[in-house]
Design a protein around this ligand. Structure first.
Ligand code: NAP
Length: 439
C-alpha cells in the first residue's frame, strides 16, 4: 500500500515537502497538496516582491513536482472549513501543515486601527494581488510614509513605494497597484528601527537595491553609526549590510535622486499612532543602550505620517483542532511533529524566518521524520483511503476542486492578459480565477 500524504499549503514549504516525499518513496507515495486558493505557490505568488522575478522563478522547480503522476494539487479547498483536520487525518497516513504565516503581527500600540495604517501582509498582498487584500485601497496622496521595522519586508515596501513606473517594467505588479503608485505623492519614506545599524535584519543584496533606485535615495545619519572596528565581530552577511549602511551615510545628495528620500531612523521605537480617524503622525521614543540592554530614553518626538506600513513579522493562522502557540504565533510542535500523524513545516513550524531556500531542508527533514514514524508503527499500520477517500468526500460535500491542469489554464489566461513586458496580469478575485479555468 502506498504511503498517503496530505500537505496543506502549496507554497515553498509545501512543494519542498512533496519533492522530499517523492525522493523518499518514489512511486510508493501519493501526495495531495491542498490550498484554499484556486492557484498554487503561496508566498511565491503573493509574498515575494513583484520586481523580484528571479526569486519567483523557483516556481518552475515546484511545477516539476506538481506534474509528477503521484502528486496532485487540490485547490480551492480550505482545511478547517471545507474539511476539518480530524477528517483529513482519517484519510491520510500523514498530514503536513505548510500554511505559512499569512497574518500580521500586531504592534499593540494606540492608534493602530487608524485609517491608512496597514500591516505588511495586507499591504504586500495588495500590490501582489492577493484576493484577501486586493481591495485595500491605500491612500498614497500624502507626502510622508512611515515603515516600521528594518527587515527585508520593510525594504520591499520602501522600494515599491519609491519606484517610478519605468522601474516596474518586467515585474508582475498588479494593475490596480501600479495605477495607484503612478499617482503617488510620497516624498519621504521613514524607516523606523528600534535598535541600531548592527541589528538590522536586511540582507545585503536587498539593501543594495535601495542604492540603485532611479529617483530615490537612502539617507543615513552618520551619528547613528557604531565605531567601524566593532563591525569585525558581525557575521559576514550582516557585516556587508552594515557596510552598505555606512556607504549610504556618506552618499552626497544629488539632483537625480531628489524626488524621494528613504530615511533610516535608528534607535527609534514607535510609541503611538496619532490621528483623528486617519493617521497623521507617529510618536516615537528614542532608545539607547544601557550597558547591554536597549531601553527607552524618555525622549519622544513626532514624525508626520500620511501612510504607515508595519513590517514587524507575521503569524500563522490557527486551524480548529490544531494546538497553537499563541505567544510564538505558530503551531505548537516539537521539531515539526504536532501529534500522531500530524506535522508542520516551514513558517508554520518555525515562525517567519529565513529565506525561501530554508524551507527545502525543512521539507526534507519532516519527510525523514514521517518515514521514521511510519516505520516504527508499521506492524500496526492500517491502510488509509488517501485520495480516493478524499474524492468521495469532495463529491458528497459538493466541493469545487481546482486541479493543477485547471491552474495551467488560469495561468495561460493571466499571461495572455499581461501588460507589455510583464509576465502576467494576475486575477485578484477568486471567482475570476475559477472562471478562467474554462468549461
Ligand atoms: P524580520 O526579518 O523579522 O524583521 C522584522 C523587523 O521588525 C525587525 O527589524 C524587528 O526589529 C522589527 N520589529 C519587530 N517587532 C517590532 C516592534 N514591536 N516595534 C518595532 N519594530 C519591531 O521580518 P520580515 O521583514 O517580515 O521578514 C520575514 C522573513 O522573510 C525574514 O526571514 C526575511 O529575511 C524574509 N524575506 C526575505 C526577502 C528576500 O530575501 N528578498 C524578502 C522579504 C522577506 P528587532 O530586531 O528589534 O526585533
Amino acid at each position: 500500500m502506498p504511503v498517503t500524504i496530505a500537505i496543506v499549503g502549496s507554497g515553498p514549504a509545501g512543494y519542498y515537502t512533496a519533492e522530499a516525499a517523492q525522493k523518499q518513496w518514489g512511486d510508493d507515495v501519493q501526495v495531495d497538496i491542498f490550498d484554499r486558493m484556486p492557484v498554487p505557490y503561496g508566498l511565491i505568488r503573493t509574498g515575494v516582491a513583484p520586481d523580484h522575478q528571479s526569486i519567483k522563478a523557483v516556481a518552475r522547480r515546484y511545477e516539476k513536482t506538481a506534474l509528477m503522476d503521484n502528486v496532485r494539487f487540490v485547490g480551492n479547498v480550505a482545511i478547517g472549513t471545507d474539511l476539518d483536520i480530524e477528517r483529513l487525518r482519517e484519510l491520510y497516513d500523514a498530514v503536513v501543515l505548510a500554511t505559512g504565516a499569512p497574518d500580521d503581527r500586531k504592534l499593540g500600540l494606540p492608534g493602530e486601527d487608524l485609517d491608512n495604517v496597514f500591516g505588511s501582509a495586507a499591504f504586500v498582498g495588495w500590490y501582489n494581488g492577493h484576493p484577501a487584500h486586493a481591495a485595500l485601497d491605500p491612500d498614497l496622496s500624502g507626502r510622508h510614509a512611515v515603515i516600521i521595522g528594518m527587515g527585508n519586508v520593510a525594504l520591499d515596501v520602501a522600494r515599491i513605494l519609491a519606484k517610478s513606473e519605468a522601474e516596474f517594467a518586467g515585474s508582475d505588479i498588479v494593475g490596480h497597484a501600479l495605477e495607484r503608485l503612478k499617482s503617488s505623492r510620497i516624498e519621504r519614506i521613514t524607516v523606523l528601527g528600534r535598535r541600531g545599524p548592527h541589528a538590522i535584519a536586511m540582507t545585503p543584496k536587498e539593501l543594495g537595491e535601495l542604492g540603485q533606485l532611479e529617483r530615490a535615495r537612502p539617507i543615513v545619519d552618520a551619528a547613528d553609526l557604531p565605531v567601524q572596528a566593532s563591525d569585525a565581530a558581525l557575521e559576514p552577511g550582516r557585516r556587508k549590510s552594515v557596510a552598505l549602511v555606512r556607504q549610504y551615510a556618506e552618499t552626497e545628495p544629488d539632483q537625480k535622486h531628489a524626488d524621494i528620500q528613504i530615511v533610516f531612523d535608528f534607535y527609534a521605537s514607535p510609541a503611538e499612532l496619532v490621528g483623528k480617524g486617519r493617521i497623521s503622525a507617529i510618536r516615537v521614543e528614542r532608545t539607547a543602550f544601557d550597558g547591554n540592554e536597549l531601553v527607552g530614553t524618555g525622549d519622544f518626538y513626532s514624525i508626520p505620517a500620511d501612510l504607515v506600513v508595519s513590517c514587524i513579522g507575521y503569524r500563522t493562522a490557527p486551524i480548529a483542532g490544531v494546538p497553537f502557540d499563541d505567544r510564538l504565533g505558530r503551531f505548537d510542535n516539537e521539531e515539526g511533529r504536532i501529534s500522531d500523524g500530524l506535522y508542520c513545516v516551514g513558517w508554520a513550524r518555525r515562525g517567519p524566518t529565513g529565506t525561501i531556500g530554508t524551507n527545502r531542508p525543512d521539507g526534507y527533514a519532516i519527510i525523514d521524520r514521517i518515514a521514521a514514524d511510519l516505520d516504527a508503527a508499521s506492524s500496526s499500520r492500517t491502510a488509509k483511503p488517501g485520495r480516493l477517500g478524499f474524492d468521495l468526500f469532495a463529491g458528497e460535500a459538493g466541493l469545487d476542486v481546482v486541479t493543477f491542469r485547471d491552474w495551467q489554464r488560469i495561468e495561460q489566461a493571466e499571461k495572455a492578459a499581461a501588460r507589455d513586458g510583464s509576465p502576467r496580469e494576475k486575477f485578484v478575485d477568486i471567482a475570476d480565477m475559477i472562471a478562467a479555468r474554462g468549461p
